[in-house]
Design a protein around this ligand. Structure first.
Ligand code: PLP
Length: 350
């Protein structure tokens, strides 16, 4: 693990005949799994990624929009024939688990934490697996929901360098596939391309779809936004659409779009197809403003460079050479909610 696991894990088992059992928070430990368990053969595993934060005002632990993770977990589970789990109960379990692991979140013990710029967080990883021992291909009759947590380093260091993929060689997701679901089977097959990109000095792969159209989808484990001035002079914040199922419905992506629509009505917010060649044209014509990746792990990560067809295309970073202004603003807005600096319905106390 990049980070260190916390002390506990939460487990709940399911069987087709008796439904979900009683959840238990137990010491973190390896699992005992039958080697014939369906997850080990047919990859029926899905997961979530979210964070717990300590409120800078009250010192209490909170999570960000956990209802969206609950819904997405069920959507992913459904895609791979795993059972659904009640959304409200999932949120309650998640909160109970985060509360048990509270000691892993920095706390100065008094309200002066407000004065520190320590943006600490605990990464929470819920997951569901098929556990029926069976080599035949059919829906599992047994499953397990788990929640673990770990400390991860935050990505603050420098703007991202992305490498646009070659859709002739690797495709992450396709219409009718499962790219819209957060299933483990989406990630293992990307690791070779990711490791090739790392060897060339890039941080993440910018996944393109369609060898002719070279449509931008996502940046590794994050959604991708570009901000440019349209030909009519209007500023547009654009990201790939959820249809045709080639992009994950990121909680951060959604939140950025909702806040920008609400607070910056002068900007067009678009979910539409665009190509990597549109980015090159915007850069070459000076219409580009900035680009950023966003997701729970990377948060809002400004993009400084994209490797496209052998050229490193430079993306402006107008704020101290480290970020664009929209990325910085979105980041600040979200931090205020996540760290409880303001009261907002998206920040849920545990
Ligand atoms: N896209 C992919 C493929 C991801 O794995 C993630 C991370 O969960 C995201 C986007 C961003 O989603 P979120 O903002 O919910 O973390």
């Amino acid at each position: 693990m990049i980070g260190s696991a916390t002390d506990h894990m939460l487990t709940v088992t399911w069987s087709n005949s008796t439904g979900w059992g009683a959840p238990a928070i137990v010491p973190y430990a390896p699992l005992a799994l039958d080697p014939a368990a369906t997850v080990l053969h047919y990859a029926n595993e899905c997961f979530e990624g979210m964070k717990a934060y300590r409120s800078k005002r009250t010192g209490k632990i909170r999570v960000f929009r956990p209802d969206l993770n609950a819904k997405r977990l069920n959507m992913s589970a459904d895609r791979i024939a795993l059972p659904s789990f009640d959304n409200d109960e999932f949120v309650a379990l998640l909160c109970a688990f985060a509360a048990v692991e509270e000691r892993w979140l920095a706390w100065s013990g008094n309200a002066t934490i407000l004065d520190t710029d320590e943006n600490d967080f605990l990464y929470l990883r819920p997951m569901m697996i098929g556990t029926t021992p069976r080599l035949g291909l059919s829906k599992p009759n047994d499953a397990m929901l788990l929640i673990i947590a770990c400390k991860l380093p935050s990505w603050h260091s420098r703007p991202l360098r992305l490498l646009a993929s070659s859709p002739e060689e690797y495709v992450r997701a396709w219409p009718g596939g499962f790219g819209f679901a957060k299933v483990g089977a989406n990630y293992g097959p990307t690791l070779k391309a990711q490791s090739n990109a790392s060897a060339l000095g890039y941080d993440q792969v910018l996944w393109l779809f369609d060898a002719d159209k070279r449509l931008v989808t996502e940046a590794g484990g994050a959604n991708f936004f570009v901000v440019w001035r349209n030909e009519d002079g209007r500023v547009e914040l654009v990201t790939a659409p959820l249809e045709p199922g080639t992009v994950l419905d990121g909680v951060t992506r959604r939140s950025v779009m909702e806040l920008v629509r609400e607070r910056m009505p002068e900007i067009s917010v678009s979910e539409r197809q665009f190509s990597v060649d549109d980015i090159v044209t915007a850069v070459d014509s000076g219409r580009i403003i900035e680009a950023f990746a966003c997701g729970t792990a990377f948060f809002i990560a400004p993009v400084g460079e994209i490797g496209i067809s052998g050229r490193d295309v430079k993306i402006p970073l107008k704020v101290d050479g480290k970020s664009g202004e929209y990325a910085r603003t979105a980041r600040r807005w979200l931090e205020e909610i996540m760290y409880g600096e303001i009261e907002h319905a998206w920040g849920v106390p545990v």
